[in-house]
Ligand binder design. Structure first.
Ligand SMILES: C[S@@+](CC[C@H](N)C(=O)[O-])C[C@H]1O[C@@H](n2cnc3c(N)ncnc32)[C@H](O)[C@@H]1O
Length: 203
């Protein structure tokens, strides 16, 4: 599909096929793993589509993700970034996961729109400039998020959005993040797609 920068587009068919394949592979893999941390835990399709829609709605060009895993959410975000002429920086501490994600992103033809960074997302956020990020997606270990303050909000531009997964599946773990966001930002809400997406807008 030919794309023009800065236009809102349909989801690319090739990207969608790769997302579907990895999502199905993740379901098979995760079903065999007893330890939660050994599961890939990829984003649910409806939450991915919501993220893709939101990224295009805010015209997100500078997108940051914490928690690449096998790259499913990265693909949703990168397809939106291609439409807006932007790119995704995605952090993960697991080198095997990022190696797999790199292959998947290349298969989807999105490598020009993604920079994978191996390392701690909180430390990564601390290195980013004030207002440098249009959309920040948090999908790693939820209890760590408050320890990253003030960077998750500091890096957002005015009109930028923060999204955190698992707002409905793990409300107790998301509650401290929710409280911090409510005290710092204009609008905070939870969208009931996937495992629940906590969304906060910087005014
Ligand atoms: C739920 S999975 C991410 C799923 C991914 N967003 C997707 O849709 O495919 C969580 C990932 O966060 C990574 N992670 C955990 N703590 C992290 C941290 N402090 N910084 C960066 N990544 C981290 C894990 O290695 C794991 O791959």
């Amino acid at each position: 599909m030919t794309r023009t920068r800065g236009t809102i587009t349909r989801m690319d068919d090739v990207v969608q096929r790769v997302i579907d394949r990895v999502t199905e592979a993740a379901a098979r893999h995760d079903a065999t793993q007893e330890n939660r941390l050994d599961r890939w835990r990829v984003l649910e399709p409806d939450a991915g589509r919501f993220l893709w829609f939101l990224a295009q709605t805010v015209g997100a060009r500078n997108i940051v993700e914490i928690g690449t895993s096998r790259g499913v959410s990265t693909l949703w975000l990168a397809d939106a970034a291609r439409a807006s002429g932007g790119r995704v920086i995605s952090y993960d501490t697991d080198p095997d996961a990022q190696r797999d994600a790199a292959r998947t992103i290349e298969e989807a033809g999105l490598q020009a729109f993604v920079e994978l960074r191996l390392g701690d997302g909180g430390e990564g956020l601390a290195t980013l400039g004030d207002g440098a990020v249009d959309l920040l997606f948090l999908d790693s270990e939820r209890p760590e998020y408050p320890s990253w303050w003030p960077h998750p909000v500091r890096v957002l531009r005015s009109g930028g959005v923060l999204v955190a997964d698992n707002a409905l599946s793990h409300p107790d773990e998301i509650a401290p993040l929710h409280d911090l966001l409510l005290s710092d930002l204009t609008a905070v809400t939870t969208i009931p797609v996937g495992k629940g997406e906590l969304v906060a807008l910087r005014g």
